[in-house]
Design a protein around this ligand. Sequence first.
Ligand code: IMP
Ligand code: MG
Length: 184
Amino acid sequence: MEKYQNYLKEILIPEDELQSRIAELGKEISKDYEGSQQMLLVCILRGAVMFLTDLCRHIHVPHAMDFMAISSYGAGNRNSTGMVRITMDLNTNIYDKDVLIVEDIIDSGNTLSYVLDLLSTRKPRSLNICTLLDKAERREVEVPIRYTGFEIPNKFVFGYGLDLDEYYRNLPFIGVVDLDKYSG
Ligand code: IMP
Ligand code: MG
């Protein structure tokens, strides 16, 4: 794989802006969940890993975490078909828990709508979504989002958990892909 600079058109959200917004989100979440006895963060693999690990350090309510992997056919290729399936389920019984889903980006909404329907059948005490990025103009299915880091334009982005062919998740910023140079 080549260096990321070859595919980067522009930095959309620099590291300091990401980190200060994530600290704010953590503060807001800590306030809203204060007193919760059974808080569980559910990280959607793999894209939300960076966000989860930074966000949880700003959440001062005692909480557990678990992980779930979803494959949405065509997602990330800018032409998701809406076919969603669980490739790795939670290990935790979420019955009566305060579940907060942590996601990297909501695009069409198909993935999160499927996850919400599935998890609500397991009767958590509460179920909410926290997404770092929201491409609101691309929405096909309505999804109730409780916490949003940034609303972004309809651009293909990478970095900070989001990959290009599985690479560059480690970048500390969100960048826009240069589609003249990258045609994945
Ligand atoms: P949705 O089901 O259309 O909402 O798609 C959500 C998933 O699509 C995300 O979890 C990402 O994996 C992927 N995705 C959507 N937009 C982008 C992007 O700009 N860059 C990388 N992945 C994206
Ligand atoms: Mg994702």
